[in-house]
Write a protein that binds this ligand. Structure first.
Ligand SMILES: [Zn+2]
Ligand SMILES: [Zn+2]
Length: 110
């Protein structure tokens, strides 16, 4: 059984107004350990709670890991931070390339 390997923002910390990167502060974050779909490192609830945090650092770190659900990518594509939105646009471009390359070959006629 796969378990979520993500940290989840607690938003109970008195020292930080918004969570920094996971594990830097255990009052900002706690481990999740929820069951996940096989092959997924992080449950969707964690993805969404991280996607909704203020600050670009955690969201860029989430994107850098890859394996993010399309809903969360769509949400981050309109992020107020241009760095995050740009990163999502680049990831979606790569996914688009991967999806269209085999179809392009199928259009070849003999
Ligand atoms: Zn903290
Ligand atoms: Zn989780």
């Amino acid at each position: 059984m796969a378990r979520c390997a993500s940290w989840r923002p607690r938003q109970k910390c008195r020292r930080h107004s918004s969570p920094g990167l996971p594990v830097t502060c255990q009052d900002c974050w706690r481990p999740c350990f929820r069951k996940t779909e096989p092959g997924h490192r992080r449950c969707e609830e964690c993805e969404q709670s991280i996607a909704q945090l203020p600050g670009a650092d955690v969201k860029l770190a989430l994107l850098a890991e890859g394996d993010i659900s399309p809903d969360v990518l769509d949400y981050l594509a309109s992020d107020s931070d241009p760095l995050v939105a740009l990163e999502v646009a680049q990831m979606q471009d790569h996914q688009h390339d991967a999806a269209t390359a085999p179809a392009g070959r199928a259009h070849h006629h003999h």
